[in-house]
Design a protein around this ligand. Sequence first.
Ligand code: NDP
Length: 255
Amino acid sequence: MNALDRFRLDGQVAVVTGGNRGIGKAIATAFAEAGAAVAIAGRDEERNERAAAELVAGGATAVGVRADVTSRADLTALHDQVTRQLGPVDVLVNNAGIGIHGESLSISDEDWDRVMATNLSAVWKASQVFGASMVERGAGSIVNVGSMSGMIVNRPQWHAPYAVSKAGVHHLTKSLAAEWAPRSVRVNAIAPGYTKTEISDIDSPEYKHYWIDEVPMQRYAQSSEIAPAALYLASPASSFVTGEILVVDGGYTLW
Ligand code: NDP
């Protein structure tokens, strides 16, 4: 196998949560280009179907599956349906996420719980549901989408619950990586910087100084620049890498 072949996912089955738009859609597209059969999971059925149809039109095998990642029942149904339709799942990408901005004294318990449920507890639940069959088969790769916000405190927006949830994702990544390494299941994460998608108010003038000018590369990312990092961690190209948090931030966390 040459070096480029090691980035291929031919014959593999991948599930991407939140794969119907933004960073998740770019990851699903990259995986399909690398030869994987891809399941796109999200709450919006129509968007799931549309994203899957785009991959199928490009010659890939892809399905959309409705799932709310905060629900263990939905995650179990997702696992069972994909296994039935496409085969055992080789790659899980825990990408679904939400963000809220607000000063800590004004954040309600409901908002805190919602962010934790989607960004952290769902990663735990999905890792258990999919990890069980990966550990049983002695093969699998989980890629979590963390954030540079799990490593630094962003400015000027305050979003303590979001940052804490992503720091949790990073440490969950390392904990599961250590536990499952002897079972040949790798667990890694990417930590993107500012990326143009629906979740980020990237073009707001009040953020330009902090979100663009202060980035060493002086710009934000496109989702297509984040996806190859996920492909590296999902594929045999990273066969000796586990517990890694791969920062893709244009240099933002350098200072
Ligand atoms: P988007 O808002 O564009 O997409 C979020 C995706 O998550 C959608 O597909 C949405 O689908 C899905 N989702 C949200 N809640 C749930 C849920 N309860 N169950 C299932 N799916 C859900 O966000 P991004 O692409 O920007 O973000 C993707 C990931 O990248 C997130 O984890 C985010 O925190 C992280 N990230 C983003 C950065 C950025 O600057 N954009 C920077 C660093 C990290 P649906 O609504 O259909 O459920």
